[in-house]
Every structure is written in C-alpha cells, then in structure tokens.
Design a protein around this ligand. Structure first.
Ligand SMILES: [Zn+2]
Length: 161
C-alpha cells in the first residue's frame, strides 16, 4: 500500500529523522510526494520538484540527507522509491542535491560515505564529476546543462573580446 502510514518521525535531542515501519525491496514505491501546497522558494519543509516549484512534503520533511541514501525522491513521477532493500525500523534518507538546486539552509555532511560531498548546499555548487555519481532529477539535470551553456557562452564572448 502506498501511503505515509508506514513512516514515522523520530525526534532525538531536537534532531528529526524519518523511520520506516515496514521493510521494502529495492525499487518499491514507498509513498507519493504531496503537491497540495506549492511555493516558488525553498524552505525547510519543501522539496524542489521543478525549476520554480517547491512542494511542502509533510512527514517527508523529516528525511535527512545522505550521500549514500536508501531512497530516491522521483519528482517527475512524484514518488519516493527504495534505492536498495530497506529493513523495518531503518532511517530513510535521500541525496538533497538530487532535488535541490540551491538550498535555503546549507550544512556540512559527516555521513562518512566514500561518495560524501561534504558541503550540502544544492546541486549548483557541485562539480559534474561529483554529480555523476548520484541520481539527479530532470529539473536538476536541465538546470545544470543551462549553467554549462551559459558558461560556454560567457567564454565565447571573452575570447571574442
Ligand atoms: Zn556525505
């Protein structure tokens, strides 16, 4: 069943995390991403689903970042998917730059993964070689290509000058 009933928020020393109350297999759809409340700017309760669209995600705002996450937020199909097998009681996490171009509240990651990006501030601050190792949503890929094209245009102008 695809619903948020299987998810619970755990609070420890004011630190929130999202725990699953059931096991999942890789590729399972865990829940839908809510889109009832849309904003044109990011805040700590939103996930970016398009260039100028941020949706308030309810319980999913308790998802922490990981550079080696166990879920994917697929903003094209508006669903949260298991990236690998997940055990009952496991904390769920996703790779914030896979949805966020520029974050409202950047922070330092201490996840310890060999893929760790260290500064979590949004996709625009990461190198292509770093982003290559991670799942990225379509709007992030499009904005990255646009940024590259603009850089190229800028260089062409510089070389002509
Ligand atoms: Zn990390």
């Amino acid at each position: 069943m695809v619903s948020m009933e299987t998810l619970a928020i755990k609070t420890e020393n004011k630190f929130r995390s999202l725990i699953t109350k059931q096991a999942y297999k890789m590729g399972d759809i865990i829940c839908k991403i809510p889109t009832e409340k849309l904003f044109d700017r990011a805040n700590r309760y939103t996930v970016q689903i398009a260039r100028d669209q941020h949706t308030e995600v309810g319980k999913l705002s308790a998802l922490n970042h990981s550079c080696d996450p166990n879920v994917i937020l697929d903003t094209e199909h508006l669903q949260m998917v298991a990236r690998r097998d997940i055990e009952l009681g496991e904390e769920l996490s996703f790779f914030y730059p896979s949805t966020e171009w520029e974050m409202d509240a950047p922070f330092i990651c201490l996840c310890g993964s060999s893929n760790c990006i260290h500064v979590v501030a949004g996709a625009r601050f990461l190198s292509l070689s770093t982003l290559e190792n991670h799942y990225l949503n379509r709007h992030i890929r499009e904005m990255m290509i646009e940024l590259l094209n603009n850089t190229e245009l800028h260089l062409t102008k510089l070389m002509k000058a």
